[in-house]
Write a protein that binds this ligand. Structure first.
Ligand code: ACM
Length: 528
């Protein structure tokens, strides 16, 4: 297979065969000689079990042909075919696509695989096709593609606490993720600067917690915008977004921050806090002092109530509970917290955090879900300012937790996987899209490998994949946001999908030109 592939590949180059340009780069492509024409009256042939995918494809075709596309169960046309046996070969998201004399077939073991294959099909259409670029027929080169992702976790995180985006912008991002075969939308919904998800039992979380009266405009700046900022999602809107994502085979991972990044919640219900002084949503950015008072059982009950509503809303398996950058100061100063720690044999605030996190993790497990958190949940020291705290953490994080690595020595990843944890690698130097292009150039995003160098092969399965994040403190508009995200999102799609031996920055940047033309047509801002 490999030899045949290399041979056809070499021949196709020798004979000037035009290479297909698809991002993320498919893993195996072999070219035939000839072209198949997709004409205006083409039908889609698919059984009922693929009606969601067939309808998605029909809408794509209708945009370019400006004609209703028929979906039928047999006959000629673009065939979408579920072959359950392919599951073992192609996994949950892999697909094959063949274009030849007899037409086009996309086959997979699952509807998700079919959907991913449809994205490849879309990228073989002329760029203007979906934007009213009226076509009579489109030539497809004879080609056979066999493709599956390198990693099961290919996430994009949007911080909506710092700046609220709204339903339309979220759908726009989900469309881009789908096009690039990304599969986890990590939704950062709560933080110090705003609580963005309706919780029916605690209405003040959004009445008070979703509004701040002003906003710091830049790092270390005294300047403020002078205008209030607010916004939140009702549970109905959340359901609408989940449905939109699900139709695109994207799982939504909600993030509800605890025990730190809690000011907006504490502003709504001051009894949740450790400081006793927080009474409004902060207008400033940076590491804040407030944390939930987790030594109070009422606060634990509150967090479980919130999680109950979150779990009922989100069908995905994973609930992200943040856990990063907890300021231990208020716990160290609180006699109640100190007494709680002494009673439970907790030697340090980091032990207290792990003890708390395990309670939450067990609760989430008991609901049939799985907890994820930033890597501080392991109790390891990663913040330089806490060097005085040399106490070894005694508490051990529950094994079911997914560790979301973002900061610290890379050896922490090795330690985590060697201890049996699953890890998503979002090392901030490599994956934070709010960083300037000087600090994180496109080539660096592209080169990122979620598997740390030298990690023993037997642990690779514990690296679920990676996430890329956009923190929106200083990205108040959709233009500023999109200029950080694009074109990087395309690079991360290859980080997650394409095997290392198929990654090639030059080929990627050539194909990217097509994507840029598409983004221009659909009104997406990007950095050139
Ligand atoms: C983080 O960037 N605080 C996870």
């Amino acid at each position: 297979m490999k030899i045949l592939f290399l041979l056809t590949f070499t021949l196709s180059i020798a004979f000037g065969q035009k290479q297909i340009q698809v991002i993320p780069q498919p893993n195996e492509i072999s070219y035939g000689s000839g072209e198949y024409y997709v004409r205006k009256n083409i039908a889609i042939v698919a059984l009922k079990e693929l009606s969601n995918e067939a309808e998605f494809l029909a809408e794509v075709l209708e945009k370019g042909f400006e004609r209703k596309t028929k979906i039928r169960s047999n006959g000629k046309g673009i065939h979408l075919k579920l072959i359950p046996d392919e599951n073992s070969l192609l996994g949950k998201e892999g697909y094959t696509m063949s274009v030849g004399k007899s037409g086009i077939e996309i086959a997979a073991g699952t509807p998700t695989g079919i959907f991913r294959g449809i994205q490849t099909f879309r990228q073989l259409l002329p760029v203007s096709f979906e934007f009213g670029g009226l076509e009579e027929k489109v030539a497809f080169p004879y080609v056979t593609i066999s493709d599956k992702p390198q990693f099961a976790w290919r996430a994009f995180m949007l911080d909506e606490s710092r700046h609220f985006q709204g339903v339309d912008q979220v759908k726009k991002m989900l469309d881009q993720m789908a096009y690039l075969k990304m599969n986890k939308f990590h939704w950062h919904l709560t933080d110090d600067q705003g609580w963005r998800i309706e919780i029916k039992k605690y209405p003040k979380l959004t009445e008070i917690g979703s509004v701040r009266k002003d906003t710091q405009v830049a790092r270390r700046s005294e300047e403020r915008t002078g205008v209030p900022h607010s916004g939140f999602y009702t549970q109905e809107e959340i359901k609408e977004i989940i449905e939109y994502a699900t139709a695109r085979h994207i799982t939504v991972i909600p993030e509800i921050e605890m025990p730190g990044h809690a000011i907006a919640a504490v502003a709504a219900y001051p009894w949740l806090g450790s400081l006793g002084t927080t009474n409004e949503v902060t207008v400033l950015f940076g590491k804040m002092e407030e944390s939930f008072n987790i030594s109070d059982p009422k606060v634990i009950d509150f967090l479980k109530d919130v999680l109950d509503e979150v779990i009922a809303l989100f069908p995905g398996q994973v609930v992200h509970v943040g856990g990063d950058e907890v300021n231990f100061g208020p716990w160290e100063k609180s006699p109640d917290t100190q007494a709680f720690m002494a009673k439970n044999g907790l030697k340090s605030p980091a032990d207290l955090q792990v003890y708390f996190t395990n309670q939450i993790s067990n609760y989430i497990d008991s609901k049939g879900k799985r907890m994820m958190g930033w890597n501080e949940i392991m109790g390891k020291e990663i913040h330089e300012e806490r060097t005085s705290e040399a106490v070894e953490v005694q508490q051990k994080l529950a094994k079911s937790a997914i560790v979301h690595f973002w900061k610290g020595d890379l050896s922490l990843i090795n330690q985590a996987v060697e201890s049996g944890y699953d890890v998503v690698n979002s090392n901030h130097w490599d994956t934070y899209m709010d960083y300037t292009f000087g600090r994180l150039p496109l080539s660096k995003s592209y080169a990122f490998n979620p598997i740390p160098e030298g990690l023993d092969e037997k642990y690779h399965k514990h690296i679920l994949g990676s996430g890329t994040q956009v923190w929106t403190e200083y990205l108040p508009t959709n233009e500023s946001l999109e200029k950080q995200v694009f074109p990087r999102l395309a690079a991360y799609s290859e980080v997650g999908w394409t095997s290392v031996q198929n990654k090639d920055f030059e080929r990627f940047t050539n194909s990217l030109e097509l994507l840029k033309r598409k983004w221009s047509l659909e009104g997406i801002y990007f950095t050139n």
